[in-house]
Design a protein around this ligand. Structure first.
Ligand code: FE2
Ligand code: FE2
Length: 266
């Protein structure tokens, strides 16, 4: 029986499938042994302890994650966490399950046209007439004319989430929707001609307050905020389907990272 591919070889297939490769990048191995033979590949948005466990239970010892493993973008600062019980427990879980973790973020966004992460999301929320904005992470699209509140409710319905917050006049009529990734600047890029901007996770003290001032000053513009997970988790299945074509000899499954909030009070 031929030896199974190693995680490093699977990454080689991914790189060959993508074509170009953005460097420097956070798309590197984060934990485990890259030269371990792979029993199966799992894709996920965030390599949470849940996703690591779920990958192992699905018989997959290689986890491809879109976001970090150790709670910061570069996955450095291990020294900060060295004596931290959560860090230690997560490292123990990775060791115990034998799961190797590799990040596919920068080149997942940049390596395909259109960006599959945002494209999947834009279709999830039923936007039409989608076009790219000024920055790589700003887009625009249209919805039938409706109130800002109705648009927020549509987003909640489409994403099966209750984690939707609105800044601005809920009765504002919206039609053109800007999508900005996570920051005020990408939101501003998405602003042009848009009555509402939709963002996945953002800082309250700048982005929220900009849109609150806009509403208070009579500028017809609103903000709808969802969680980072609700913006990006949907592309895990798209990635799994693409990856299955790159490594047809391996099982590939997608694991939902699940919503981050256990309880929300109205
Ligand atoms: Fe992200
Ligand atoms: Fe992303």
């Amino acid at each position: 029986m031929p030896e199974s591919l190693t995680a490093r070889q699977v990454v080689g297939r991914i790189r060959a499938g993508v074509g170009g490769w953005v460097e420097p990048t956070v798309d590197v191995f984060k934990a485990g042994d890259p030269d371990r033979p792979v029993t199966g590949v799992a894709t996920t948005w965030m390599s949470t302890s849940y996703a690591i466990q779920a990958a192992a239970e699905a018989g997959c010892n290689f986890l491809v994650t879109h976001e970090p493993t150790f709670w910061n973008h570069q996955d450095t600062h291990h020294d900060w966490f060295a004596a931290d019980p959560t860090y230690q427990a997560k490292v123990d879980l990775i060791d115990r399950t034998g799961v190797t973790i590799w990040r596919f973020h920068d080149n997942n966004h940049a390596g395909f046209d259109p960006d599959p992460v945002l494209w999947t999301f834009l279709n999830m929320i039923a936007l039409t007439g989608i076009s790219k904005g000024d920055s790589p992470f700003s887009w625009q699209g249209q919805v039938p004319r409706m109130s800002l509140k109705q648009f927020a409710e549509q987003v909640a319905r489409c994403l099966h989430t209750t984690n939707v917050r609105v800044v601005g006049d809920e009765n504002l009529t919206v039609h053109t929707i800007g999508i900005g990734a996570h920051n005020l600047d990408t939101g501003l890029d998405a602003n042009h001609g848009a009555e509402a901007v939709l963002i996945g996770e953002t800082r309250e003290w700048d982005t929220f307050e900009y849109y609150r001032d806009a509403a208070l000053l009579g500028i017809p513009r609103g903000l709808v905020v969802i969680s980072h997970r609700d913006l990006e988790t949907w592309a895990s299945t798209v990635l799994a389907n693409w990856l299955a074509l790159q490594v047809p000899e391996l099982k590939v499954v997608a694991i939902d990272s699940l919503p981050p909030f256990q309880m929300q009070l109205c």
